[in-house]
Each structure stands twice: as structure tokens, then as C-alpha cells.
Design a protein. Structure first.
Length: 218
């Protein structure tokens, strides 16, 4: 069925839209030109069936990740989001490999949700996130920075502070932006904590991080 899924995607290709999508992603990936609503309409029946299976189908994820069309990686991400409650610490190495292959913000910002969910269920993985926060690979660092987004009151502020401090001193856009996003998100839950963090560390923080992190602070 997975080959039929890819064939169905190809049958719905939109070359004009593909050019626009490729340009938006800096021509790093090949697209079929299928936007999210149509992609989900094409894949939902298949993914629903797979999600009902007791085990995570990593062969499906690998198959989709190895396809030449970016929409296939998006479907793999859709699947991982659907079955994220089934993931366990032993799945982290496989998720890491996805983060390191065909990496860009579009898939990374889904993987940080998936990995963040696993880490919330298994706090022992906090040490992994701290290790990733100092990795040479910017995408692993971005995942570490943002993996607690949307946790609200469940946010581990000690962990958040450690990871953010580990990423000061860089001008890398995708890192400084991620720092700001993590602070901005948590400011909806505890604006006082975020305000104090920025006040304490503003001399060391990138201006973009301060600007993004302060967006919802009065």
C-alpha cells in the first residue's frame, strides 16, 4: 500500500505549485506541488490504518523519508504525530537520524513536537536534550531548545534555562529564532519567569531572541 500511496501523490502533482513550493524552501527539495489539505486527504485513510497497529512502523517512516518528494517526508511526520504516544526512549536514535537527514526547519519543527512528547513521558531523556543542546548540528540544538514548547505548566524551567544558556553566543538564525520562540511560548504561561530571564541575561542574548521572546510581554 505504501507504493500506492506514493503513486497517488504523484497522480495529484501540480507542477506550477511545485515550483512555488521549491522556491519557498530555497530549492533544497523536490516537491509534487501538493498542499497540506490535499496531502492529508490523500494519506489519511492509509495513516489511520497504520496508526491502529500496535507497533510503530519504522519501515514506513524510512520508506517515506527516502522518497525524493518532500511531501513524503511530511506524511512521515504526520504519521509520527499520530502515533507519538506509542514512542519510547528506544525510538530516540531513529528520530535523531530523521533529524539529521534531509534537515530543514519544516520537518525539524514537527520532530521537536514528537520528540518533546517522548521526553515529557520519560523525563530521564532530559539528559539527551541537554547533550543535543551543545551538539555541532544546529537542527539537534533547535529541537532541544524548542522541545518543551506548548507544555505550559509542565515546562521544566531548570531544563529550559540550561538549554538556552548553552546556546548563547551564536549568530545562527535558526538557533536565535528558536530561543525566542521557546521564551515567547512560555511567556503565555509564566510571563514573570520569562521577563526575569531576559532581564538577567539580556547582555548575552541575541537581539532577535530578545525581540521574539518579549513579543507577548507587556
Amino acid at each position: 500500500m505504501r507504493t500506492e500511496l506514493v503513486k497517488d501523490l504523484i497522480d495529484h502533482r501540480n507542477p506550477d505549485r511545485a515550483i512555488q513550493m521549491e522556491k519557498y524552501m530555497r530549492n533544497q527539495f523536490h516537491f509534487l506541488g501538493i498542499q497540506s489539505p490535499m496531502r492529508r486527504q490523500i494519506s489519511i485513510h492509509y495513516l489511520n490504518e497504520k496508526a491502529r497497529e500496535p507497533e510503530v512502523d519504522w519501515s514506513l517512516v524510512e520508506y517515506l523519508w527516502n522518497q525524493p518528494y518532500r511531501e513524503c517526508q511530511y506524511i512521515a511526520c504526520d504519521y509520527l504525530l499520530m502515533i507519538r504516544m506509542k514512542l519510547v526512549p528506544d525510538d530516540i536514535p531513529a528520530l535523531k537520524q530523521l533529524a539529521l537527514k534531509k534537515s530543514w526547519w519544516d520537518t525539524i519543527d514537527v520532530l521537536d513536537k514528537v520528540i518533546g512528547g517522548v521526553c515529557l513521558l520519560y523525563p530521564a531523556l532530559n539528559t539527551v536534550m541537554i547533550k543535543w543542546s551543545t551538539d555541532r548540528n544546529i537542527w539537534l540544538r533547535r529541537i532541544a531548545i524548542d522541545h518543551q514548547r506548548h507544555r505550559k505548566e509542565q515546562t521544566d524551567t531548570e531544563l529550559l534555562e540550561t538549554i538556552l544558556l548553552n546556546n548563547f553566543g551564536t549568530t545562527e538564525f535558526f538557533i536565535t529564532k528558536a530561543i525566542g520562540w521557546s521564551l515567547r511560548d512560555y511567556s503565555k504561561t509564566d510571563p514573570m519567569w520569562v521577563r526575569q530571564f531576559i532581564h538577567t541575561h539580556q547582555k548575552d542574548m541575541p537581539p532577535l531572541s530578545i525581540r521574539e521572546g518579549s513579543k507577548y510581554l507587556s
